[in-house]
Design a protein around this ligand. Structure first.
Ligand code: CUA
Length: 313
């Protein structure tokens, strides 16, 4: 059974995953037994009651109370078991424990942002402590996304203008993958992130230090790290290939035609404005789909990103 479970499902790494899997297997096994039983009965009866001679006439049977009660009551019991089991499981999944650690989740096309209780923020990586209930309070800045961690068996839609929440408790340290599981545009398939589960001490240390980019790095290298960490590379390539947005390669000081016909040189001010107010000026041939990074990328970090883009001529 364990081998079969591993073959059919991703590893179970949350406290409630086992319960969800048990119900899944119950429904699966019941269905297989019923399917096999009914198929065998049909084949057997069609052989047993086949017409044996010319005057072999089918008897007229109008009803059979015993049989009818049996085939009504057994499915009723099965369905009630599945309902009761599923309902208690659903209630457990939707009611977070009082002492849960809360993380704010903001979905944007096409990345995930995580805000922690001390003001720290991470993009594309949800850091959490092991063996502690985690409550996610989620919202979207644009369209409907959906937060899904297969290893934890949790999934919930993330909506604009409304909060949704879910909770889980990771049972082991390590990494699990987060998927966006609601089609949200061209880069939907790349809208994934990681859960990084650490011990409480490791998590506390991470929360204290944050994802601070090394101060000793040269600005251009720091810029490259920032561009990766903030999810920019999902839409902007560094090799000149066309993405959802214009490539960073060859951008610096290039003359670009905007949608309204205006020609703009891609200098510091243009790049800065494109990060903070991305939809002010749209390059011809592209769509206004980039989210604003106001309050996410600081002015110093914009300097680093400009230095990085300069290296990609
Ligand atoms: Cu976000 Cu699909």
């Amino acid at each position: 059974m364990n081998r079969l479970t591993e073959y059919m499902l991703p590893p179970a790494r949350s406290t409630l995953a086992g319960e969800t899997d048990a119900l899944f297997h119950f429904i699966n096994v019941t269905s297989i037994i019923l399917l096999a039983g009914i198929t065998i009965a049909i084949i057997y009866f069609s052989w047993k009651y086949r017409r044996k001679s010319e005057d072999d006439v089918t008897p007229v049977i109008t009803h059979n109370a015993k049989l009818e009660i049996t085939w009504s009551v057994i499915p009723l019991i099965l369905v009630m078991i599945v309902f009761g089991w599923g309902f208690t499981g659903y209630m457990n999944l939707t009611t977070a424990p009082e002492d849960a650690y809360e993380v704010r989740v903001v979905a944007k096309s096409w990345f995930w942002e995580f805000h922690y209780d001390n003001g720290n923020m991470s993009i594309g990586e949800l850091n959490i402590p092991v063996d502690r209930p985690i409550k996610l309070v989620m919202s979207s800045d644009d369209v409907i996304h959906s937060f899904y961690v297969p290893d934890y068996r949790v999934k919930r839609d993330v909506l604009p203008n409304r909060y949704t929440s879910l909770w889980f408790e990771a049972t082991e340290t390590g990494e699990s993958i987060i998927f966006c599981t609601e089609y949200c545009g061209t880069q939907h398939s790349n809208m994934d992130a990681k859960v990084i589960v650490q011990t409480q001490e490791e998590f506390d240390r991470w929360l204290e230090e944050g994802d601070s980019v090394d101060e000793d790095m040269p600005p251009a290298e720091r810029g490259e790290a920032l561009v990766t960490r903030n999810g920019c590379t999902a839409c902007h390539s560094a090799d000149g290939s066309r993405g959802v947005g214009p490539s960073f390669a060859g951008l610096w000081m290039d003359d670009r035609t905007m949608q309204d016909g205006e020609v703009i040189t891609a200098d510091e001010n243009y790049i800065r404005e494109s990060i903070i107010y991305p939809n002010e000026k749209i390059t011809e041939g592209y769509d206004p789909v980039m989210p604003s990074y106001e309050g996410i990328i600081s002015d110093r970090q914009i300097d680093d990103i400009i230095e990085y883009i300069k290296t990609l001529e």
